[in-house]
Write a protein that binds this ligand. Structure first.
Ligand code: FAD
Length: 496
């Protein structure tokens, strides 16, 4: 399938990222120390299932079917039920100088939850999955970090509370991991990202074992530094989050439309205009860019009876206070699309069809993987200013065509954020995917964008941080890390 791989001649430039500051590597405990640590963990969490050294558990927690990075097994997996349990674990980690890797939904895509090669404790937060309080009058909710965003929304719906949590990454993602990756999703066009104001207050166990709250429940606070933000995107390197207060948004009526274009550049330009020019931006909840390869895969492998034109296109989700308002927005956006060469604009006939059309887009990863049976998928993520998206997508499509690598492009185009899913089976194909992904990142940086719009840094994007942020900024991150975690215990080797 990847016939031209050997002859693929796009030059791969060396990463220009260099260490922002050289530091002495942390000195961890010995194997004998770690054995004692595991024994103490068993005493500290004596309930059945509180601590696992089962080989399958250690391997499963260190690997991920969702990314291309090599897995590293953990030495032990612990399942705390309370903040106090987490404190006990962290104190034992300090005593024996044993690294700690927080683990939540495990849907992160840049190797964030892999183990540490010298040995480490995986702190699986799945037993801390309770919604603790819903304050409908204040539109906020208090929960433990292991609860999923989808569970929160299902719970609110089943209780008849007309509120929802709008940050929507991978379906199995949980709140602790979402805070820690600084994630977002399709709703970011309208509601912003995890780095906005959606997480109000965090309870965090610091690397010393001390417990802090970052603020209180009030909607606003200008009391001092924003320490909530310090932990958003920290990927478990600065603390373990054990409780979260999050803000909710009112549920509004929505509908879905799709439209096709002669090419991705025309589609991306229509997005820019629909959001920024047409005066309906506030009613556009989501705009998802998909390419012809995705549409072909959807027609072939999707569970749908409707068939789409196999061209580059957009999925829109509109919101409005009434069906008439939704129709009006759709009419204006249809006009913008047609002006940019769009055709086949289809508005859902009602809520059921809207849901099923949206599912077509949401199932992109599964559908994309069907393009090359038994292949692994590398889902890359970059983001640029919206006006630069057409150029970025156009050049990336050219690269992918030259590489002849099975792939598809989907993206949260309304934010200038897009992903290429690159498929590979052999080492040779993986090498080609690496070149394409590297060029995509460097192109995004050249366009004043970022190496990751939402998936985070993990181990995969570390090498780009100095180029993107500058040595001073990365040095400051390292200084904060050293100050908070002088023993280097929390998720070593990740982020910076
Ligand atoms: C099909 C699919 C679709 C996706 N779509 C999107 C998307 O649209 N947008 C997007 O942003 N992402 C997307 N992702 C990526 C992923 O869902 C997000 O990165 C998500 O935020 C990770 O949450 P998680 O619970 O799975 O975290 P995990 O993968 O378990 O952990 C992520 C990081 O957080 C740390 N961590 C976990 N829990 C805690 C805690 N309690 N305290 C401190 N640190 C902690 C971990 O150590 C790790 O560094 C997608 C993934 C998949 C598989």
């Amino acid at each position: 399938m990847c016939g031209a791989v050997a002859g693929y001649s796009i030059a791969q430039s060396e990463s220009t990222g260099s260490a922002a500051e050289s530091t002495t590597p942390p000195k961890y405990g010995t194997k004998a120390d770690f054995k004692l640590a595991i024994k103490e963990l068993k005493d500290a969490l004596p309930r059945n299932g509180g601590v696992s050294t089962d080989q399958a558990d250690l391997v499963i927690h260190g690997e991920s079917p969702y990314h291309h990075h090599d897995g590293v097994d953990h030495s032990v997996v612990v399942y705390p039920e309370t903040t106090e349990d987490v404190v006990k674990i962290v104190k034992i980690a300090n005593k024996y100088k044993m690294p700690v890797v927080p683990y939540s939904g495990a849907t992160s895509l840049e190797g964030q939850v892999g183990g540490y090669s010298g040995g480490c404790i995986c702190v699986d937060m799945s037993e801390m999955d309770q919604i603790l309080a819903i304050h409908e009058a204040d539109a906020d909710l208090v929960c433990q970090p292991g609860v999923g965003w989808m569970t929160i929304n299902e719970t609110l719906r089943s209780k008849g509370i007309p509120l929802f949590f709008p940050i929507d990454p991978g379906p199995s993602a949980t709140i602790g991991g979402m805070v820690s990756t600084g994630c977002s999703g399709t709703n970011a066009v309208r509601y912003g990202t995890a780095k906005g104001e959606w997480f109000l207050n965090l309870t965090v166990v610091l690397p010393s074992g001390e417990v802090i709250k970052t603020r209180r429940r009030s909607r606003k606070s200008s009391a001092g530094f924003d320490l909530t933000k310090l932990f958003i995107g920290a990927e478990g390197t600065l603390g373990i989050i054990t409780e979260v207060t999050l803000r909710l948004a009112p549920v509004l009526p929505t509908t879905v439309a799709t439209v096709q274009f002669p090419n991705v550049s025309a589609a991306a330009e229509a997005v820019r205009q629909a959001i920024n020019v047409a005066g309906v931006g506030a009613s556009v909840q989501c705009v998802e860019l998909v390419d012809n390869n995705f549409m072909a895969a959807l027609n072939k492998f999707g569970t749908i009876s409707r068939k789409y034109l196999e061209k580059d296109g957009l999925f829109f989700k509109f919101q409005g206070h009434s069906p008439a308002a939704l129709k009006e927005v759709a009419k204006i956006v249809k006009g913008v699309c047609e002006k940019n060469g769009g055709s086949g604009f289809k508005l859902a006939s009602g809520p059921a069809e809207a849901d099923s059309m949206w599912d077509d887009r949401k199932n992109a990863l599964t559908i994309g993987l069907s393009l090359y049976p038994d292949a692994k998928g590398w889902s890359t993520d970059v983001c640029v200013p919206v006006s630069k998206l057409p150029e970025l997508v156009y050049e990336t499509k050219k690269d992918i065509a030259a590489a002849q690598i099975p792939s598809m492009i989907v993206g949260h185009a309304g934010d200038g954020n897009f992903h290429a899913l690159l498929l590979y089976k052999t080492e040779e194909e993986l090498d080609v995917a690496k070149i394409v992904a590297d060029r995509m990142v460097k192109r995004a940086l050249a366009l004043d964008g970022t190496c990751t719009g939402e998936h985070g840094v993990g181990i995969g994007k570390k090498k780009y941080l100095v180029d993107e942020l500058g040595p001073g900024t990365v040095a400051l991150m390292k200084k904060i890390k050293r100050t908070m975690d002088p023993l280097g215990l929390f998720n070593p080797g990740k982020v910076s």
